[in-house]
Design a protein around this ligand. Structure first.
Ligand code: GLU
Length: 497
């Protein structure tokens, strides 16, 4: 494997054509790790030359998603940098210059026969068709003649002139050499009728001008990778080290994730869009750790990596090009791990918006802190917090009266039990385990009932939930006044039964 050039200059180069996918997040992460590890630069370049597919707001969403993951860029459209502009639509002069250079040196030509609506750009992806270079009357037209047509305003595209003979070999650092017969390639459009370049030309020009040393990008580009190699050869430029990581498979490992699969996941509260992870209660720390391991591993035993660990331990050699199944159980596992690692104050701050989104008023920071502390070991996702601990911030606790009746008890005996519990708690100096546990157990023995019935009554009356944080801690957080109020309310419900 090629020695890693230090410092590495890497880029994440998304097209703002829709919402940012987890796969893009992972690509950005790998690039970022390499930059930080080698003391290099992580560059954000917006590849917006496909104006037809441009989606308003996509750029903002992707920047927000990257920052949420913790991937700050050193150069980019909003932060500037020495090699800007960092938006391709603002770099036309470069593409014009280099496209013209290719035409002049005979590696590209003006084509007037495909300058229709779709610029022939679509044509590149349509399976079976006649090779353009076999039917194009413009391929070998004299340049002076073509220039005249261009000057007179005849619509045209610029196509690469792919040789018929020989082979092209490109190298991926984790996949090895890929060799294709040039006879199987075609004359790809490099510049469209609107004068804007397609990805193939823009990526080569920009990576060269921005002095990119490593290009980690989606595997979607493997089929056109040889063309990129030919373009570098035509310019006589040194190629970056190319890396195309694994593609994602469905959780069961059977086939690529489809749109339908993503929708099914959405219904289950999981999304593959970067900006949804936070909304769905995941921590960026967990998503970073999880995403890094989709197609990369450090060894067989370690799997918990903070961003700093990843910066230290990441290596291209350990990227695995084999398709990787998405394991959401693992994501939930990591989320729990990172929730438990948070400082309580940090967790409290992260939980607050979730309680508020549930309509709760959270104005008591001390209480929020205590709630965070008691929920910390119980939460799988931040979104679980309102269902688990919303009652702490609610006054209108409405327990189902049926839940206040103990097992093998009736309303009358439960009422007796409730009143005894009320006086015991009213007399208790505090609500600690030490103070309350034994007296409540003794009461159960005296009333010949199970202690679970006493705790069940308290839990339901205090929280109106079947499952809650431990009763004594809950009581301490709720406070004496509300505890007594809620017990009294339970008693009155039992009296009415
Ligand atoms: N704009 C391309 C994409 O979004 C970038 C690929 C690359 O990283 O070179 O797929």
């Amino acid at each position: 494997m090629t020695e890693i050039q230090k410092p590495a200059r890497v880029r994440f180069a998304p097209s703002p054509t829709g919402r940012t996918h987890l796969g893009s997040g992972r690509t950005a992460l790998y690039n970022y790790l390499l930059a930080r590890q080698t003391g290099g630069q992580f560059i954000l370049r917006i590849e917006d030359t496909d104006q037809k597919r441009y989606v308003e707001g996509a750029e903002e969403e992707l920047m927000e998603g990257l920052r949420w993951l913790g991937l700050e860029w050193d150069e980019g459209p909003d932060v500037g940098g020495e090699y800007g502009p960092y938006k391709q639509t603002e770099r036309r002069e470069f593409y014009d210059k280099y496209a013209r250079q290719l035409v002049e040196q005979g590696d590209a030509y003006y084509c007037f026969c495909t300058a229709k609506e779709d610029d022939g750009a679509q044509e590149e992806t349509k399976g079976k068709r006649q090779a353009h270079r076999d039917i194009c009357p413009d391929r070998d037209v004299d340049l002076a003649e073509a220039d005249q047509k261009v000057a007179s305003g005849t619509p045209h595209v610029i196509r690469f002139k792919m040789p018929y003979e020989g082979t092209t070999t490109v190298t991926d650092a984790i996949r090895g050499d890929i060799t294709v017969e040039n006879a199987t390639l075609d004359d790809t459009v490099l510049v469209k009728t609107d004068g804007l370049p397609v990805y193939h030309l823009a990526v080569v020009v920009d990576d060269h001008l921005m002095k990119i040393t490593h290009a980690i990008r989606t595997s979607e580009w493997l089929p056109t990778f040889p063309l990129h190699g030919r373009l570098y050869a035509a310019f006589g430029w040194e190629e970056p080290i190319w890396i195309h990581p694994s593609i994602f498979l469905k959780p069961d490992g059977k086939g690529k994730m489809s749109k339908r699969d993503s929708e099914t996941l959405m219904e289950a509260g999981i999304s593959l869009f970067l900006s949804d992870f936070g909304k769905f209660g995941y921590l960026p720390e967990a998503v970073v750790n999880w995403a890094a391991l989709i197609g990369w591993s450090y060894n067989d035993s370690e799997e918990e990596f903070s961003m700093d660990d990843l910066i230290e331990k990441f290596s291209i050699e350990k990227l695995n090009p084999a398709p990787a199944a998405l394991n959401f159980t693992k994501l939930d596992h990591f989320n729990g791990v990172y929730i438990r690692k948070l400082e309580v104050a940090d967790l409290a701050a992260r939980l607050k918006p979730f309680f508020e989104a549930d309509g709760l008023v959270v104005d008591d920071e001390e209480k929020l802190h205590k709630v965070a502390e008691v929920l910390q070991i119980r939460l799988a996702k931040l979104t679980d917090a309102p269902a688990m601990g919303g009652f702490f911030f609610r006054d209108d606790i409405e327990p189902d009266p049926e839940t206040l009746i103990g097992k093998k008890m009736d309303a009358a005996s439960s009422l007796v039990m409730a009143k005894r519990v009320e006086s015991l708690i009213a007399a208790a100096p505090d609500f600690s385990m030490d103070t309350l546990n034994q007296p409540l157990r003794d009461l159960a023995v005296e009333l010949e009932t199970k202690v679970g019935n006493i705790f069940g009554f308290l839990r339901n009356v205090l929280t109106a939930q079947q499952v809650s944080p431990p009763v004594f801690e809950t009581m301490e957080i709720i406070g004496r006044e509300k505890v007594m109020e809620r017990i009294a309310r339970g008693i009155s419900l039992l009296e009415k039964m």
